[in-house]
Design a protein around this ligand. Structure first.
Ligand code: SF4
Length: 512
């Protein structure tokens, strides 16, 4: 994209740079104005057909705030008791010496570029803190969501993940689209819906199954079925449902719906479209590895015993802030943000690869993980075949679903703890103005659920205590706890999911 012909800022500047935000799968185009190397203003690029001149608060935080955040970790630290600052050269020689044997790498969404993924595949086993899909994650790109007469949002809340895509749902509704929300928590997307159904995840799957069954007497199902026959439509599914024991049931329901109706689909949220293993596999295999390379903050989703295994061996952690994962890692490396290097974003549910050119100056001490690891392993990778995917998107068909649904698995049904992002994601809690939007970690539940649990204002899960917020916006049988808090955050720290869930790598688990 070329810079706008007329500057968008009224402030004096000496450089205007254009790039794409890697904050989520929307990859909004932006224009950054700089003076003497410093960022002085930021705008969405008006010519970008996705963001159309807008940026969300998450994108603004990542692009504008991270570079000047005083809590940012810069430089290399050796964590053997008291963290000790070491030079990058010392870090490199330590990494060369200790990264031996079998290596596991856990990649994240915002710090691992495509080169990191390709390099990771060459040097060890790759894991990600997101569901891995081996089929087409969306049959339609999000800027066409407005064209459908009927849209079903199933546990999908774009505002909490793929923020800008929400505008295309709003545009569709303004043009007369019928939006149906089936969800365990009422959120922004539901405020636009004509039909809102608050259900726990077990009821959601049952409801979806009924849509493809021949006869039933549920008037809501009958009405929606009629609309689906007449209008076809689009189903949006939250990716968190795939990080759960419900995954098989969800994929079966989607396959059946597509057999019965003219239905496009899009998964909404963080998702890994290339080959990798999930955190559940990592927990099962952790003992096999001699060393670990960690990006972001994956240890919040791992139980304490797994964290301790990592702590007892050699690990390198690439991070923007000294978060929980840093406290269990041997070598902690302050890392460059996606704006501070050429970044290729690929972790999204729209099957796209985005090249985001460097737009901001890299602060001293911020390492580029690929450059560092490339020196450690003496390897370089070629991204060209993958970048060409950006034009077409991934093209894989929805395969026959092998996974068993929850009934076939004989899973117990009961009260569900649902952990996911709320309004603010994990990085947002390191910035005061975004942290203010959602200051405290609470357990949200309906009055009926609180009665069932016999709780009034406090809930205890595996010895961790939460303030209870009673709300009619959460389905009966569900306790929602935001997953974006952890023990080492600077403002109002909370509990990491790994400390209060038995299966923290899943976003849903049945309470026992
Ligand atoms: S919607 Fe996504 S890509 Fe766009 S500004 Fe927000 S975080 Fe960045």
């Amino acid at each position: 994209m070329t810079p706008p012909s007329i500057p968008l800022t009224a402030k004096p500047f000496d450089q205007q740079v254009v790039s794409f935000c890697a904050g989520c799968g929307c990859a909004c185009g932006y224009v950054l104005y700089k003076k003497e190397g410093l960022v002085i203003d930021l705008y969405g690029h008006p010519a970008d057909p996705k963001g159309m001149g807008s940026l969300c608060s998450k994108g603004m935080t990542y692009i504008q705030e991270v570079s000047k955040n005083p809590l940012r970790l810069l430089g290399a630290y050796l964590n053997d008791g008291e963290p000790k600052k070491i030079s990058e050269a010392e870090a490199l020689s330590l990494a060369k010496e200790k990264l031996r044997g079998k290596i596991a790498l856990i990649l994240d969404r915002h710090l691992s570029s495509l080169e990191d993924y390709l390099l990771a595949r060459s040097v060890g086993d790759v894991f990600v803190d997101a569901p891995v899909l081996d089929f087409k994650p969306s049959t339609v790109f999000f800027n066409r969501w407005q064209e459908y007469k009927l849209v079903i949002a199933w546990e999908a809340e774009p505002v909490f993940s793929e923020v800008m895509s929400m505008r295309y749902i709003v545009d569709g509704v303004e043009k007369g689209s019928h939006l149906v929300c089936i969800t365990s928590r009422f959120s922004t997307v539901c405020s636009k819906a004509k039909t809102k159904l608050l259900m726990n995840p077990f009821e959601q799957i049952r409801f979806m199954k009924k849509l493809t069954e021949p006869e039933h007497d549920d008037p809501v199902v009958a009405g929606l079925k009629k609309k689906l026959y007449l209008l076809g439509g689009l189903i949006l599914i939250g990716t968190s449902l795939l990080s759960s024991p419900l995954r098989g049931g969800v994929l079966k329901a989607l396959t059946d719906l597509r057999k019965h109706f003219e239905l496009d689909y899009s998964f909404v949220g963080d998702l890994m479209p290339f080959s990798a293993m999930e955190l559940k596999d990592f927990v099962e295999r952790v003992q096999e590895y001699d060393a670990f390379i960690l990006f972001g903050n994956p240890l919040v989703y791992l139980p304490e015993e797994v964290r301790q295994v990592i702590k007892g061996r050699f690990s390198i952690h690439f991070t923007l802030f000294p978060n929980l994962t840093s406290h269990y890692s041997t070598l902690v490396m302050g890392c460059s943000n996606f704006t501070e290097r050429d970044f290729i974003a690929y972790r999204n549910s729209f099957g796209k690869v985005y090249h985001c050119p460097q737009s901001a100056q890299r602060p001293e001490g911020a390492v580029v993980p690929y450059q560092f690891l490339s020196k450690v392993f003496g390897l370089e990778v070629d991204t060209k075949d993958y970048v060409s995917l950006s034009a077409e998107g991934l093209d894989l068909e929805l395969p026959p679903i092998q996974e068993r649904d929850f009934e076939e698995q004989g899973l117990s049904k009961g009260l569900v703890v649902y952990t996911d992002n709320g309004l603010v994601d994990e990085l947002g809690h390191w910035n005061p103005w975004t942290h203010q939007m959602e200051k405290h970690q609470k357990a949200y539940m309906s009055e009926k659920t609180a009665e069932r649990l016999k709780v009034k204002d406090r809930l205890v899960l595996l010895d961790r205590e939460f303030d209870v917020q009673i709300t009619p916006n959460i389905a009966d049988g569900v306790v929602f706890i935001p997953s974006s808090f952890e023990e080492f955050q600077p403002f109002d720290p909370g509990h990491s999911v790994g400390t209060f869930c038995r299966n923290p790598f899943h976003r849903y688990e049945v309470m026992v």
